[in-house]
Ligand binder design. Structure first.
Ligand code: RFL
Ligand code: PHB
Length: 389
């Protein structure tokens, strides 16, 4: 079998790239390790930058996002029982859009099915052969049978635990990593959000976040120990802990209910360089991870997709290789800025086990500065709504 582009991974990066390529007549096969239902059961990102919204439009999959997504013109930051707002509209003229990754992924799967594009599920033992040659192919097993697809290019969109990154030889690859000494315990509940905008809270008991998916679906997180397990946290314990970390007026307004999903996510900053090796291109979580504070993971995956799509489009239209040759450099320039913002916002908002009294005063001084300084708020707003591609 032969195709133009093999996309490894049917998460948001792989599906978005596939849909954009389909619109310009480039054929791609998506290989996904899990089932569609499994991918759609993962509750992850909730906040989309304008750049990502524009890409969804370009891919022709923005109708439901436009109808159901919530435009947010600012966000709230709470500390020491006080709260202030960073106004995105005033500082950047742009909102972010609250629309779940699950819904983005569902829209992309529906569009892929409607286009008759090929997606293979339950794919195991993926091996990329000859990525540094002109004869690249991908081998894999489905239900015990081995298959091989020859192609022009491979897009490694297979997330942090995928095979694509590890295909790049160790003497070519450089990895940069910071693991944070805590996780986020998140719950989804069919309750109205406590506030119409997100609240990021720094409290002596640790970080908390109030987010949402729509008018009757809330997403809340509390910083937890990575030694914790979901079974250690009853719903009642979660709500009690969340309330303790929020300003009193917010805690009083919080409507609680049974959780419909509960999970613990680790926090990590990670970048691999380069993002291209021969005919293999890494996209999204396969190449980099950010801690979720600041909502940059999915959005940074989308900016990679933008650069790779532009490169592939120019190559197939005019045999112009410049976009592909500069893919890694262009993608990484933006990735490192998103890494910096996510690291900064995570450092500002969490309690760290080894924090000294001095460190705590630095955190408070920085929060005081952010609260009172317009330039600091503008810098935050520009990063939060997303830097230009
Ligand atoms: P994904 O979503 O991990 O998809 C990769 C896909 O590849 C498949 N796969 C393979 N397929 C074939 N063969 C193999 N060998 C394979 N190995 C893996 C996997 O099954 C999967 O389907 O990566 P992608 O597409 O790059 O997308 C990245 C985003 O999922 C991620 O960055 C965000 O979810 C991060 N994130 C957030 N990002 C935001 O922009 N805004 C947010 O508000 C936000 N909140 C979050 C988040 C991530 C979280 N967790 C759980 C890590 C909140 C949380 C709690
Ligand atoms: C979410 O709604 O899941 C969410 C929102 C903002 C973040 C992280 C996660 O920074």
């Amino acid at each position: 079998m032969r195709t133009q582009v093999v996309i490894i991974g049917g998460g948001p990066s792989g599906l978005l790239l596939g849909q954009l390529l389909h619109r310009v007549g480039v054929e791609a096969v998506v290989l996904e390790r899990k089932t569609r239902d499994y991918v759609l059961s993962r509750i992850r990102a909730g906040v989309l930058e304008q750049g990502m919204a524009s890409l969804l439009k370009e891919a022709g999959v923005d109708a439901r996002m436009r109808a159901e997504g919530l435009a947010h013109d600012g966000t709230l930051i709470a500390y020491e029982d006080a709260m202030f707002r960073v106004d995105f509209a005033k500082h950047t003229g742009q909102p972010v859009i609250v629309y779940g990754q699950t819904e983005v992924t569902r829209d992309l799967y529906d569009a892929r099915a409607a286009a008759g594009a090929q997606t293979l599920f339950n794919v195991e033992d993926v091996v990329i052969d000859g990525a540094d040659t002109d004869a690249v192919s991908v081998r894999f097993v489905v239900e015990g049978t081995e298959h091989q697809i020859e192609c022009d290019f491979v897009a490694g969109c297979d997330g942090f635990h995928g095979v694509s990154r590890k295909t790049i030889p160790e003497d070519v690859r450089r990895e940069y990593e910071k693991v944070y000494p805590f996780g986020w315990l998140g719950i989804l509940s069919e309750t109205p959000p406590v506030n119409h905008e997100l609240i990021y809270a720094n409290s002596p008991r640790g970080f908390a976040l109030c987010s949402m998916r729509h008018a009757n679906l809330s997403r809340y997180y509390v910083q937890c120990s990575m030694a914790d397990t979901v079974s250690n946290w009853s719903d009642a314990q979660f709500w009690t802990e969340l309330k303790r970390r929020l300003p009193a007026e917010v805690a009083e307004a919080l409507i609680t209910g049974p959780s419909i999903e509960k999970s613990i996510a680790p926090l990590r900053s990670f970048v691999t360089e380069p993002m291209r090796w021969g005919r293999l291109f890494l996209c999204g979580d396969a190449a980099h991870i950010v801690p979720p504070t600041g909502a940059k993971g999915l959005n940074t995956a989308a900016s990679d997709v933008h650069y790779l799509y532009q490169g592939l489009k120019a190559w197939y239209a005019d045999k112009d290789a410049d976009g592909l040759d500069r893919y890694s450099e262009r993608a990484l320039a933006r990735v490192w800025k998103a890494e910096r913002f996510s690291w900064w916002f995570s450092s500002l908002m969490h309690r760290f086990p080894d924090q000294s009294d001095f460190d705590l005063r630095m955190q408070r001084a920085e929060l005081d500065f952010l609260r009172s300084n317009d330039a600091a708020q503008k810098a935050m707003a520009e990063n939060y709504v997303g830097l230009a591609y």
